[in-house]
Design a binder for this molecule. Structure first.
Ligand code: NAP
Length: 278
């Protein structure tokens, strides 16, 4: 029987634990605060930003919303980041991506104080993760580790294959699985014989960004499959990088889309804000 990993339920569990922690902190007079910066009004970004604000509200984190016009200059944005870096009452800040063309994304991410980098995108956070020092970890891969642990799936000693080497998913995913003592392979578009590499996996994490790319021919019987992809198919229905219908019967456990990895990202952002660098 395939275990369907319920990301909605697990993310709710985490948010409820955070809510308790935040109320305990409040009793000691400590308030947590997240600043969320959005430049321009990209509709997809607005949905993400709104969801982050709602999660803050649910947990009891104060959120500061900065909705800047699309024509904001890089210097204006950097000035706001510098101001928030210096504010003792702000625990974390995120700049919603993508940014308008006139703003250099790398310079902006570098300007965020690593001690407030709750998205875990700053090179200092990435470096800390690679050398095993405490730091903020990118939220989607951190959420996947929680999904595995809270579903009773052992990582230590397992063959873990990650498809995708992006800075926000694939690479930190590989580092986290390694931290959990998995034996890790990271695949990308130049990987030779992807199918055979994937077939070795006890745990297969798919972050390839191509709808329904992975079918049962990539999956070892009894593997755990984690689908990071999010797409809309021709009927506007959400689907992942994995062909769930074809793959699920061959797995011991699998995440659905929607309701798998997706809800974990915001839960881990909130966790980063409450607990700080881990
Ligand atoms: P990305 O930056 O586009 O990276 C895709 C990766 O897949 C690249 O490393 C690429 O290799 C590799 N790839 C592409 N085609 C391949 C092929 N035919 N064979 C092997 N590898 C191939 O994507 P991302 O930002 O990591 O996101 C991946 C997916 O996850 C997207 O669908 C995105 O929407 C979704 N996502 C979901 C969440 C969430 O909260 N659930 C968060 C972030 C992303 P190269 O490096 O060689 O080009």
């Amino acid at each position: 029987m395939t275990q369907i990993i319920d990301g909605k339920k697990i993310s709710k569990e985490i948010k409820d634990e955070l809510k308790e922690k935040v109320s305990a902190l409040a009793a000691e007079g400590i308030e947590k605060c997240l600043a969320v910066i959005q430049v321009g009004a990209d509709p997809a970004s607005s949905v993400y930003v709104n969801n982050k604000k709602k999660a803050c509200e649910y947990i009891g984190i104060r959120s500061l919303a900065y909705e800047l016009p699309a024509e904001t200059t890089e210097e204006e944005l950097l000035e706001l980041i510098r101001e928030l870096n210096g504010r003792a009452d702000v625990d974390g800040m995120i700049v919603q991506l993508p940014l308008p063309a006139q703003i250099n994304e790398e310079r902006v991410l570098l300007a965020i104080d690593p001690a407030k980098d709750v998205d875990g995108f700053h090179p200092m956070s990435v470096g800390n993760l690679s050398i095993g020092r405490p730091g903020f970890v990118s939220c989607t891969p951190a959420g996947i580790i929680q999904l595995l642990k809270r579903s009773g799936i052992e990582i230590s000693g397992k063959e873990c294959v990650v498809i995708g080497r992006s800075n926000i998913v694939g690479k930190p995913m590989g580092m986290l699985l390694l931290r959990e003592n998995g034996t890790v392979t990271i695949c990308h578009s130049r990987t030779k014989d992807l199918r055979q590499v994937c077939k070795r996996a006890d745990i297969l994490v798919v972050a390839i960004g191509k709808p329904l790319f992975i079918d049962e021919t990539y999956v070892k019987e009894g593997a755990v499959v984690i689908d990071v992809g999010i797409h809309r198919d021709e009927n506007n229905k959400l689907c992942g990088d994995v062909d769930f219908e074809r793959v699920a019967p061959h797995c011991s456990a699998i995440t659905p889309v929607p309701g798998g990895v997706g809800p974990m990202t915001i839960a881990m952002l909130m966790s980063n804000c409450v607990f700080g660098p881990q």
